[in-house]
Design a protein around this ligand. Structure first.
Ligand SMILES: NC(=O)c1ccc[n+]([C@@H]2O[C@H](COP(=O)([O-])OP(=O)(O)OC[C@H]3O[C@@H](n4cnc5c(N)ncnc54)[C@H](O)[C@@H]3O)[C@@H](O)[C@H]2O)c1
Length: 325
C-alpha cells in the first residue's frame, strides 16, 4: 500500500529556518504538501519553485485566535511551530514576547488537544532556556535544570513544559528541539542577541563594516542551517515511544569561540574582509549571550539518529557560495 502524503503546517515560514525547512522537507519527501504561514504571505523559496502546486502560502497573525482557529481547522499531519519573537525582541517588549512566544503557542496546543488529539508538533526551543554555567567548560544536557536569564528563554521553557505535559497525557505528540545559535543567517540583522554571530560573517563578506558586541574569546554553541533543518525533518519521523519520559532534545552543534568564527571568515574571505569587523562591546548583548552555555551533551540526539554538524569553515564556505555575489 502506498504511503499517504503528509500535509505539514509551518508557522513563521517567512523566517530564516522556515524558508530552509520548506526545501528540506520537499527534498526528503517530494510528495509532501506544505502550508506556510507568517504575518505577511511568506515567499515560496526559489529552490522549490517546481513544487508550487503542493505549497500554500498564507498571512495570519497567530496572536489573533479567530484567524488561528481558521488555519488550524485544516487538520495537518505535522505542525512546525516556528513563529516567534527572538531574544532581544522579547527582552525589549515583554508584552509582545509573551503574547507570541507563550500565548499563541498555548492557544495552538489547546486547539489541537480539543480538536485533533495526538497531533504531531515540532517546537524549536533554544539553549536560552539554560541558566549561566559556573565554569566555561561546564557541559549541559536535557537533564540540566534550566534557569533562563531572559524572557525569551523563559517563554521557550514554558512551552517545552507544556509540550511534555500534553504529550505525557497523549493530548499531543510533541517534540521540542533546542536549537544551537544557527549561523550564518542570510539577510538583515535580527532582534536575536546572537545576531552578531552571523553578522560578522555576512556583513564582512558583503564588504560592509560591522560591529562585534562581545569579547572575542567568548565561546558559543552554534550550528549550521543545513544540519539543523535536516534534524528538524528527521525529528518528526522518530517514533514517539523512543523519546521516553520527556520530549526535549538538544540538537547537535559545536562549541566555537567568536575568535574561531573570525578565523573561518578570514580563511574563506581573506584578511581584508576580517578587518571589517570592529570590536565595540555592548554590555546588554554580552550579558545575554554569556548566560547561555557553550558546551552541550548531545548524546540523546545521536541516539535518536540525528546528524552531526559540519565544520565551521564549511559553514562559512557554504554561506559564501550561496549568498555572496
Ligand atoms: N535561528 C536561530 O539561531 C534559532 C535558535 C534557537 C531557536 N530558534 C527558534 O526557531 C524558530 C525560527 O527561528 P528563525 O531564526 O527562523 O526566526 P525568524 O525571526 O527568522 O522567523 C520567525 C518568524 O515568526 C514570525 N512571527 C512573529 N510573530 C508572529 C505572529 N504573531 N504570527 C505569525 N508569525 C509570527 C515572524 O514574522 C518571522 O518570520 C523561532 O521560534 C526561534 O525562536 C532559532
Amino acid at each position: 500500500m502506498s504511503k499517504k502524503s503528509e500535509h505539514i503546517l509551518i508557522t513563521g515560514a517567512g523566517g530564516f529556518i522556515g524558508q530552509a525547512l520548506v526545501s528540506a522537507l520537499l527534498q526528503s519527501d517530494s510528495s509532501t504538501n506544505i502550508t506556510m504561514t507568517d504575518v505577511s504571505v511568506p515567499p515560496i523559496p526559489s529552490q522549490v519553485e517546481n513544487y508550487k502546486s503542493q505549497i500554500t502560502a498564507t498571512a495570519i497573525d497567530l496572536t489573533n485566535s479567530e484567524d488561528a482557529n481558521k488555519l488550524l481547522a485544516g487538520k495537518f499531519d505535522v505542525y512546525y511551530l516556528l513563529h516567534g519573537i527572538m531574544s532581544s525582541g522579547s527582552e525589549a517588549n515583554l508584552e509582545l514576547g509573551y503574547r507570541v512566544n507563550l500565548d499563541s503557542h498555548r492557544f495552538i496546543l489547546d486547539y489541537l488537544r480539543e480538536h485533533q488529539q495526538g497531533a504531531k508538533v515540532v517546537f524549536p526551543s533554544s539553549l536560552a532556556v539554560f541558566g549561566p554555567v559556573s565554569r566555561q567548560d561546564e557541559v549541559v544536557s536535557e537533564t540540566t535544570m534550566p534557569f533562563p536569564q531572559s524572557s525569551y528563554g523563559t517563554q521557550k521553557f514554558m512551552i517545552e513544559c507544556l509540550i511534555n505535559d500534553y504529550s505525557r497525557r497523549g493530548l499531543v505528540d510533541g517534540r521540542s528541539v533546542r536549537l544551537p545559535t544557527v549561523i550564518v543567517r542570510p539577510g538583515k540583522p535580527t532582534a536575536a542577541a546572537s545576531s552578531f554571530a552571523s553578522g560578522i560573517v555576512r556583513e564582512s563578506l558583503a564588504g560592509v563594516r560591522n560591529t562585534l558586541p562581545v569579547r572575542s574569546d567568548l565561546d558559543m554553541w552554534v550550528g549550521s542551517p543545513d544540519i539543523v533543518v535536516q534534524n528538524l525533518v528527521l525529528v518528526k519521523n522518530i517514533p514517539k515511544e523512543r523519546f521516553g519520559i520527556h520530549r526535549t532534545v538538544c540538537l547537535p552543534g559545536q562549541t566555537v569561540s567568536v575568535q574561531q568564527i573570525l578565523e573561518a571568515l578570514e580563511r574563506v574571505g581573506g584578511k581584508e574582509k576580517r578587518n571589517l569587523v570592529i570590536e565595540e562591546r555592548d554590555p546588554v548583548i554580552e550579558k545575554i549571550v554569556e548566560s547561555w552555555p557553550s558546551r552541550l551533551d548531545t548524546n540523546r540526539a545521536f541516539t535518536l539518529g540525528m546528524h552531526k554538524d559540519i565544520s565551521l569553515t564549511e559553514i562559512v564556505q557554504n554561506f559564501a557560495e550561496r549568498h555572496v555575489k
